[in-house]
Structures are given as C-alpha cells and as structure tokens.
Design a protein around this ligand. Structure first.
Ligand SMILES: [Zn+2]
Length: 240
C-alpha cells in the first residue's frame, strides 16, 4: 500500500508491463479525494453538482487532482497507450503520428500518451471569445495530409468536446486531417454505458454517472443546493 501517489514509480509499472486494474485507479482517485458520488437519498443537507453544461449531476471526477502528479500521468498514459496499440492492430494502423488534446486539463496527459506512442503532441486552445470556455481554436500548427491523428482527453462525458476539438482542427488546419476511429481517455462517465457511442472510446475507467435537467432533478426537488464542483469541492465531499 502506498502512502503518497508521488511514490508510484513509472519504471516499475511501464517496463514491468504491469496491468493496472480500474479498481486500483479508482483507489488512487479516492486517495486524492478526486472522486465524489452523492451518498444516500437526495436531501437539503447535502449539495449536488452543477456541470458546465448546466445539467445537475450526482457524481464527479476531478482528474487534475491525479494528473498534478507527473509520475501518475506517465503511468496512466502508458496503460492507455497499451490499450490503444491493441486497437491499432485491430484497425491495421501502423503508427499514430499526432496526439491532439484539448486545453487545459488534458494537456499533460495527452503529452504523456504521445510520448508512450512515439507520436508528436499538439493541443487545441480555448477560444477567448467564448466565455464558457467550450469553443476551441487550432491556429499555431499544421498537421500534414495523411498523418494519423489520435484524439485524447482526460475525461469524457458526452461526444460534445470530441466533436468540438475535431471541428476546430478541421477548420483551422490548411489540409484535411485524418482522425483514427477511436478516442482515448482516463475516465469515461456516460449516463448509460450500454448506449451506442458515436465514437469508439478507449478508457481506463468506465463509470455511469447520472445527469439531470434542473427542472427534472430529484436533488433540486428535495431542496439540495446545486454547486459548481471544483470551486465547492469541500462542500460536496465534506473533505478538504
Ligand atoms: Zn439539481
């Protein structure tokens, strides 16, 4: 048992080809208080989460609390790269040329995935004209025709960020960009894991988390306060 995530040694995991089970990764999230799930029935005493989409939710992963450890980013990226290589074989893709990730939280992780795959790393920027920070820009680099591009994110809820990154890159790039037919992430947290996905998603953790329209949210109805998770983490989790 480790005391601190900074003690995890990438050489031991990566060169030892050690498979890390999802339960172990969840335990790292829990150790860093990076995973919250509503406990018990909806009640006015306990707040619930307001997502950036405006929806209410009863669960939240804060990947930055894990990815702030460079060694953990390296270990998780190596694990994901192993899974990606399996899919590359299936799809007869010999090489990933570029890994692209959106700003900000996915950047250190995407960088490590690119390193593990021997690819170049690039990222989309947040468009300053969008106050919600959802719109992406691609303006500093050019991806050449025929290069295989893998999209990586640290957390995927719906296909909206995936689509926005693709839109920005396709529109901002001088030549047509070829994305490989799968996307990589640490956490995939859809509402329904059985629902057909628009993109093939390769993830290290899969967890269903419920989202609700505020008008139909059982937590709002019960008088539970809705709060933005990252700014109110201690109120949500009851921990610092
Ligand atoms: Zn609500």
């Amino acid at each position: 048992m480790i005391n601190n995530l900074s003690e995890l040694n990438p050489d031991l995991y990566n060169f030892g080809n050690m498979l890390i089970l999802p339960g172990t990764i969840i335990s790292w999230f829990k150790k860093e208080n990076a995973y919250w799930h509503y406990q018990g029935d909806p009640s006015p005493e306990k707040p619930h989460a307001e997502l950036s989409s405006g929806l209410c939710s009863n669960g939240f992963f804060d990947c930055q609390r894990i990815l702030c450890y460079p060694n953990v980013a390296e270990i998780l990226a190596f694990q994901l790269a192993c899974e990606i290589k399996f899919f590359m074989n299936e799809e007869k893709i010999k090489k990933i040329d570029y890994v692209v990730a959106p700003a900000y939280a996915a950047i250190p992780f995407g960088h490590e995935v690119a390193k593990a795959l021997g690819a170049k790393f690039v990222f989309t920027e947040k468009d300053p004209s969008d106050p919600k920070g959802k719109k992406m820009l691609w303006q500093r680099m050019a991806i050449p025709t025929g290069a295989n591009v893998l999209q990586v994110d640290e957390l995927i809820t719906t296909a909206s960020t995936i689509k926005e990154v693709r839109r920005a890159v396709q529109e901002g790039n001088p030549d047509l960009v070829t994305f490989v037919p799968f996307v990589g992430t640490i956490v995939f947290r859809p509402e329904n894991l059985k629902a057909k996905q628009e993109y093939e998603i390769i993830s290290l953790i899969k967890k269903e988390v419920q989202n609700f329209e505020p008008g139909q949210c059982p937590y709002c109805k019960a008088g539970s306060l809705r709060v933005r998770p990252k700014k109110n983490w201690d109120k949500l989790t009851g921990k610092k």
